[in-house]
Ligand binder design. Structure first.
Ligand SMILES: Nc1nc2c(c(=O)[nH]1)N[C@H]1C(S)=C(S)[C@@H](COP(=O)(O)OP(=O)(O)OC[C@H]3O[C@@H](n4cnc5c(=O)[nH]c(N)nc54)[C@H](O)[C@@H]3O)O[C@H]1N2
Ligand SMILES: Nc1nc2c(c(=O)[nH]1)N[C@H]1C(S)=C(S)[C@@H](COP(=O)(O)OP(=O)(O)OC[C@H]3O[C@@H](n4cnc5c(=O)[nH]c(N)nc54)[C@H](O)[C@@H]3O)O[C@H]1N2
Ligand SMILES: [Mo]
Length: 764
């Protein structure tokens, strides 16, 4: 069985999933899998279709009660009819753009049952919907990099592989570290966990690591890294201090800049302070970043004389002006002149997932065909609350102005906005605007609790699927392990029924059932493999074997190696064909928050801003170690990490002492946007002035507090700021958040996150 965090063999007894054993060949399996057997049948599973009780009686007129209502079980027949009639009404009365089906989220592994592919196919074949573009992971990068590099290479694929780092990279400078907690996962599934082995091999071969992060734990102690505890969100200034030192000491590679880049001459006057009177030298950078100026100068010299890899975690661009650290890292790498050489250059997201830095084969696997959206209504992913609150209002995105659609119906499957969205209290207000919210979920998490119609869906363990994922050398036969829990059905079965009632069932299913589609997708995979000289067994053999592994590639290539070898014959897809340190195109958009070359812009909230008078701590709400986002927060592994049932928050001893806080206390984190409780860990691995609270604790608003309710469990997104990185990308900025912390003195409210809503008796 393939999951986002590893491959397992299912042990079943009497039709129940007893345990999941990691694949023997996986040398570094993730513990997260141990959460699954218990969670699969826990009291939070939704076992029947459910309708919010006042919605059943009063329909959309009852939307103010959404999220604060009881539910009533209904039959599948009634549920399907209710959903179909409502979709038909909204499409007819308000048009297809009034249906929001963006449905951002990770869902589960498995190519066919991939929830987002299913809902997009369903809505596209039904006439269209308002969609969403880009990801929460790296929206700023997705929009910026095509302008600067002509592609998204270096971001979500085509990185210089580990094989060319081991034995070549002398100095690995990691902004945001290389946290192994994150390398546990890959979207679509992990066959073998590679990253720990690769890092240790690089260390053994002599690579020195530098961990530039407010958190020491972002680098495994075995790598013996130097830790530079940079002030959060100031990496752009640090990179400029390094760049200035290179120029001041004549260490930059002029020949590389001349041959492969454009616009350095436009950037240089800014760097040297000729345009604004402020040289961006190491002393200037030191004052902003909190690092000693000599440390910055020494690092610049070491970078120039070593084969240096500049790695930047995706986290750095999930911050205000998140475009800048990436653009500046590229600029710095250009100044070192090692792009395209083994072990040199730059890359984004090493350690951010298992697949980054692996290159098993150069082709992509097939997916469920989703068709095209017949209408062109969309939002940048993180603007969902703004869209719901401001229909008809204009927004900027990548050089153009657009208008928010007027959403009447939300259909969401495979993601959890009450986990992923910044400023969840704002989202809760926005979420009550549409007339109807339809959700498919296996569990009673906040998304299900905030729906009108909840359709219980199966997990991967209750259905058959094909496990294939980008960057992974394995194909898995995901054979159904147990019967569906309660009356749960697959997203596919549910959508096929609804499409049937709406008159396009045959178009949606193409006449294939579950195994028909699995066979079809495998046949396409086999063709793709064959076209690349790789032979896969026939379907029956594959299904019987359980998984097949592709051989390793015969050749490894560095990022932009071809461009380096032949810049005229193999130009980049930018307007100049080169790396754009200055982009005429971006400059032409005239965005003050993202001008034509990298600049240092103060984030909306950081440790240098006036808000620190009231909220003196910078919150890092990074990815959790014990789960995937909010998935399996109800499982044993995540639950075991809680303190007094709350999500743990890490604080430096000095900050704790100043507030009379001791380890194990429950504290209240707060700012003007919201407040949540958390259980205290005191540790010197976070910098003074920084607190760390992972994302993904199931949302748990205290019903006793109404406007901007207290989250009793520790969802950091009640604190985060919901504005875009810039007018260019409009990416989310979770990592730019200031808070204050105090001991929670009152009587501890119980955690309600793992209690289902009140369920009424079924109606006759
Ligand atoms: N503060 C802060 N916020 C963040 C981040 C951060 O760093 N800090 N990170 C952001 C990032 S990078 C991301 S990618 C997002 C992730 O945000 P999401 O992807 O929305 O988070 P998940 O918890 O993975 O949500 C997946 C949901 O799908 C459900 N599900 C699983 N399988 C199925 C299925 O087969 N069918 C259906 N219908 N449902 C299914 C799960 O139960 C779960 O509720 O969060 C973002 N939010
Ligand atoms: N176990 C587990 N693994 C995951 C996920 C999960 O939910 N669970 N989510 C997956 C997903 S969807 C994604 S997109 C990736 C995300 O991968 P990343 O974006 O790398 O994830 P984060 O954990 O948010 O951030 C990495 C580190 O960056 C540091 N950091 C934050 N802000 C700053 C800053 O301003 N400057 C510097 N120098 N460092 C900073 C933080 O200390 C943090 O630990 O992880 C993936 N891996
Ligand atoms: Mo992500």
């Amino acid at each position: 069985m393939l999951t986002h965090w590893g491959a397992y063999r299912a042990q079943t007894v009497g039709g129940r999933l007893l345990a999941l054993d990691p694949l023997e060949t996986d040398r570094d399996p993730s513990p997260i899998g141990a959460s699954i057997p218990g969670a699969l049948t826990d009291g939070m599973r939704i076992t029947q279709p459910m309708v919010r009780t006042s919605y059943l009686d009063h329909g959309p007129a009852s939307r103010e009660k959404r999220g604060r209502d009881t539910f009533t079980p209904v039959s599948w027949d009634i549920a399907i009819k209710l959903v179909s009639d409502e979709i038909a009404r909204v499409r007819r009365d308000h048009g297809h753009a009034s249906v929001f089906g963006g449905s951002y989220g990770w869902a589960s592994a498995g190519r066919f049952h991939h929830a987002l592919s299913q809902i997009h196919r369903f809505l596209r074949l039904g006439g269209g919907y308002t969609d969403q573009v880009n990801t929460h992971s790296y929206a700023a990068a997705e929009v910026l990099l095509p302008h600067v590099l002509g592609s998204r290479d270096s971001l979500d694929g085509n990185h210089t592989p580990w094989e060319l780092i081991i034995g070549h990279t002398e100095l690995f400078v990691a902004f945001g570290g290389l946290p192994l907690k994150n390398a546990q996962v890959s979207a679509g599934g992990v066959g073998h966990h590679n990253v720990r082995d690769r890092l240790m091999a690089a260390r053994a071969a002599g690579t020195d690591f530098v961990n530039i992060s407010p958190i020491a734990a972002d680098m495994d102690p075995a790598l013996q890294a130097e830790w530079l505890a940079v002030r959060p969100n100031t990496d752009t200034a640090l990179m400029m201090g390094l760049a200035h030192t290179l120029v001041a000491e004549g260490l930059h590679d002029r020949a590389f800049l001349d041959r492969y880049t454009t616009g350095f001459d436009r950037f240089l006057p800014y760097l040297m302070g000729e345009t604004d009177g402020q040289p961006k030298n190491a002393d200037w950078a030191a004052a902003i970043t909190g690092l000693p100026p000599e440390t910055i100068r020494t690092l610049a010299r070491r970078m120039a004389k070593s084969r240096t890899m500049i790695a930047v975690a995706w986290a750095l661009q999930r911050a205000d002006h998140g475009e800048q650290p990436l653009w500046m890292a590229i600029t710095l790498a250009c100044m070192l002149g090692q792009i395209g050489l083994p072990g040199g250059g730059f890359g984004f997201g090493y350690g951010g997932s298992n697949r980054i830095g692996t290159s098993p084969h150069g082709f992509s696997w097939p997916a469920l065909p989703q068709g095209e959206n017949p209408i062109d209504s969309f939002i940048p992913v993180a603007r969902v609350a703004d869209m719901l609150l401001n229909p008809g209002a204009p927004f900027d995105y990548d050089g153009k102005e657009y208008t928010y659609p007027d959403i009447r119906l939300i259909y969401w499957l495979g993601g959890n906005p009450f986990h992923h969205q910044q400023d969840v209290n704002k989202l809760m207000q926005a979420w009550r605007r549409p007339e109807t919210v339809i959700v498919h979920e296996p569990w009673w998490n906040a998304l299900a609790k905030n729906a009108d119609i909840v359709l219980p869906c199966t997990t991967s363990f209750e259905r058959n699927d094909l496990g294939i994922a980008r960057g992974e050398a394995h194909l898995f036969a995901m054979r159904q392990a147990v019967e569906p829990v309660g009356e749960a059905r697959s997203d596919y079965t549910i959508l096929a029924d609804i499409a049937g009632r709406l008159g396009y069932g045959q178009t949606f299913t193409d006449g294939l059932d579950e195994m028909g589609w699995v066979r079809h997708l495998y046949a396409l995979s086999r063709q793709r493999a064959a076209a690349n000289d790789l032979s896969l067994p026939d379907f029956e053999t594959f299904w019987e074997m359980g998984h097949v592994r592709l051989p390793p590639p015969t050749e490894y290539r560095s990022l932009f190696q071809s461009f380096r070898e032949d810049p005229l014959g193999q130009p980049l897809a930018t307007p100049s064909g080169r790396i754009e340190i200055y982009s005429e195109r971006i400059a032409s958009f005239a965005y003050a928050d993202c001008p034509g070359h990298p600049v240092w812009l103060e984030p909306a909230e950081w440790l240098g801003s006036p808000e620190t008078a009231r909220f003196p701590l910078h919150l890092i709400s990074n990815q959790p170690t014990t789960r995937l986002h909010s998935q399996y927060d109800n499982g044993a592994v995540s639950r075991a990490s809680k303190i007094s049932c709350r999500e743990p928050v890490s604080i430096h001893p000095v900050d704790a002492a100043a507030r009379g806080i001791v380890a194990g206390d429950v504290v209240r984190l707060f700012n003007d946007r919201g407040a949540c409780l958390a259980g205290v860990i005191i540790t010197e691995t976070v910098s003074p002035g920084v607190v760390q609270l992972s994302t993904g604790a199931w949302s748990d608003p205290d019903p006793a507090t109404d406007d901007r309710p207290l989250d009793r469990h520790g969802n950091p997104n009640v604190l985060t700021l919901d504005i875009g990185t810039s007018r260019l990308a409009q990416g989310p900025i979770a990592h730019s958040t200031l808070v204050e912390i105090e001991r929670f003195a009152g009587e501890l409210p119980p955690v309600g996150a793992f209690t289902p809503p009140v369920i009424e008796a079924p109606r006759p």
